[in-house]
Design a protein around this ligand. Sequence first.
Ligand code: FAD
Length: 324
Amino acid sequence: MSKESANSFDSRRWPGCRSAVGCNALVVATGVRPRRLPGTEGLRGVHHLRTLDDALALKKRLRPGGRLLVVGAGFIGAEAAATARSLGLAVTLVEAAPVPMAHAVGEEVSRALARAHRRHGVALRTGVTVDEVLGHDCEFTGLRLNDGSEIAAPDVVVGIGSHANTEWLRGSGLLLDNGLVCDEFSSAAPRVHGVGDVARWHNPLFGVPMRVERRTNAAEQGLAVARNLLAPAARQPFAPVPYFWSDQYGMKIQAYGHLPGHEETAVVEGGLRSDRFLVAYRRGGRIAGVVAVNMPPKTLRPWRAAIAAHHEAGKYHSPGGEEC
Ligand SMILES: Cc1cc2nc3c(=O)[nH]c(=O)nc-3n(C[C@H](O)[C@H](O)[C@H](O)COP(=O)(O)OP(=O)(O)OC[C@H]3O[C@@H](n4cnc5c(N)ncnc54)[C@H](O)[C@@H]3O)c2cc1C
């Protein structure tokens, strides 16, 4: 995505702007769209999930005893695979990385999630990419992978990431780089703010820019921007502890914090071979985040507080006080 230098915003410079709409401030909340798998254009049976209609179209095609291919073992792919298995479909999950979701949760937890997929009967194919999309008469029929193998199925869910919807801002002078680049106040330029999936803002709690694709974050950032717009003299930086959850095979996976770039992990409750554990992540001597599976809120709350308070990692004692 292009980087454009900008300090100021002027709607008259927008190439597509035919009529002027006056405003005191602009909030950019145009979200993201799914990355498409090349070669899938115009084929029935190819599903990119973003809207309710996308989900309903997929639901109609999932029949017990059927087959489903899933490309990409991120949240969307992993949840689609788990749901399809629970409905009685044979599922093959194809992932380019050696383990699923490693970029999000690190290798140890990724391996635990890979074991869960396999235990529930998913054919998990990691370290392979799609060489060719196969189709006949406008119907998807399968995939050829880069190891030469072919997998046949009438449907494929493509969950290979997203593009930020920022094309409409090209030429505006705003800085675009994997989203709308914003400072710690979610501000991209005087009186221009980014909110939700599209915003890559500097989170001062972790000292890094981040773009968080979560509904909870979009809502909180929207509230924070609105407050700052209404009371500019008392404006506050947006410094949340990012949170996500994912439901897969009866496992409630929850994570707090910013996990990429962590230096060390420690299992502080349960075990990675069980369906109940809590893993803490350390970066720069601080607790950067936790991932928990099937843990009650009362266990997670003190960890969230410790991340927000920038607690030192110490020996990974539970922030609640008990030694783990
Ligand atoms: C399959 C799936 C499952 C998910 N599950 C979860 C979950 O369990 N928990 C969770 O927290 N999050 C989940 N998410 C993420 C969540 O949906 C997003 O984080 C949230 O929708 C972001 O809100 P937003 O307002 O930033 O963007 P969106 O909800 O994407 O809204 C952006 C809107 O802007 C419109 N738009 C785009 N370009 C323009 C333009 N140029 N002009 C005018 N309008 C435009 C779009 O059409 C869209 O309506 C999931 C996402 C997907 C795809």
